[in-house]
Design a protein. Structure first.
Length: 240
């Protein structure tokens, strides 16, 4: 079984490590086979990471992605090659991710500690059941504070109603947390992972993350909450 961490952040948005530092950590300090770099509103970190990992011959594979802000909460877009527009309705965003050849995952579902897709939205998508306008998977193992608060409820509702394949991810903004949440899947490559999500043969798992000094955690939270506003300012500046 392969191991993948599908929710990682770098300095491109609100992570504390550069792309280069993240890759070196994964190579030397984890047993991950696949990672997804999912910076807020920005696929550049994932594209850079994939290119650098291939150039250096690292043993793991990088999936480019982004954590996209919708009007109903965050959505992880995996296997994308370009940015997906932010601040749209979740149904429109899901359709755009699929049109771009990507997969959509609901991260830290139901959480009130960060922008998250809620039960009402997940219920509505499930009841609608329209091809291309739904999530491909749901993050049920996320050891961050946002993920831990509502993980059990999300797992229960997924079992009772939504029936989405489960993923696990660290949602790491600090190197020490990388790999503390992971997705197990048959195989070892990104293509294997994608097939496993489609077949519903993934398994979500996590372990308590390593300790990070409280001051660093607090700074990380503040930096994180400003990530999307900073991106919006850059976008507006680029239009002038």
């Amino acid at each position: 079984m392969g191991k993948a961490d599908l929710h990682l952040h770098t300095r491109v948005s609100d992570g504390f490590a550069s792309v280069e530092q993240l890759l070196a950590w994964v190579e030397h300090c984890t047993d991950l086979d696949v990672i997804a770099v999912t910076d807020h509103e920005d696929v550049r970190g994932g594209l850079e990471a994939r290119e650098l990992a291939a150039k250096r011959g690292y043993r793991f594979e990088v999936i480019p992605g982004a954590e996209v802000t919708t009007l109903q909460g965050h959505v992880l877009a995996l296997f994308i090659e370009r940015d997906v527009p932010s601040f749209r309705g979740v149904e429109s965003t899901l359709a755009m991710i699929h049109d771009a050849g990507g997969l959509a995952v609901a991260p830290h579902p139901l959480s009130w500690l960060t922008r998250s897709v809620g039960q009402r939205t997940l219920d509505a998508l499930w009841q609608r059941g329209e091809a291309g306008v739904g999530f491909d998977a749901i993050e049920l193992a996320n050891p961050s504070p946002a993920g831990r608060r509502t993980g059990a409820k999300a797992a229960r509702l997924n079992g009772e109603r939504w029936g989405l394949p489960a993923t696990g991810s660290s949602d790491a903004h600090h190197l020490e947390h990388v790999g503390s949440g992971w997705t197990e899947f048959p195989g070892a490559t990104g293509a294997d992972l994608r097939r496993a999500i489609a077949a519903g043969t993934t398994r979500a798992a996590m372990t308590p993350p390593a300790a990070v000094p409280p001051a660093k955690l607090a700074l990380g939270l503040a930096w994180g909450y400003s990530a999307t506003p900073r991106k919006v300012v850059r976008m507006l500046g680029g239009r002038r």
